[in-house]
Design a protein around this ligand. Structure first.
Ligand SMILES: [Zn+2]
Length: 111
């Protein structure tokens, strides 16, 4: 039995090994990809309610936003959320989200 030494490349393999990766999500406003836990999840519940989901576990179609007031403004203003959630946002939804966003971030309303 010939002993053969197979050179093993140092460092981590390019693929194959399932490293513990943080789940990534894209902000619907600025389109940047960030660790899911850094983002705020918004959800359209099966009842059609649009709400902030701090736990990230509510059922329904979700969309993610950075914790940046600019992104919330953008999402609310340009109706990106309606698109992402496949649901038309009513004025009440928008107001509700703005209020919840402000509770989370401080200031969301455009100056
Ligand atoms: Zn963003």
């Amino acid at each position: 039995m010939a002993k053969q030494t197979v050179p093993v490349p140092k460092g981590r393999p390019a693929s194959g090994m399932r490293a513990r990766r943080l789940p990534q999500r894209t902000c619907v406003a600025c389109r940047s990809t960030t660790a899911k836990r850094e983002l705020v999840r918004l959800v359209r519940t099966p009842a059609g309610q649009i709400e902030v989901d701090p736990t990230g576990k509510k059922p329904g179609r979700g969309a993610y936003l950075c914790r940046r007031p600019e992104c919330w403004q953008e999402a609310l203003r340009r109706d990106r959320l309606s698109h992402a959630l496949r649901s038309k946002l009513t004025e009440a939804d928008r107001e509700g989200l703005r209020a919840q966003g402000e509770a989370l971030l401080g200031k969301v309303s455009p100056a």
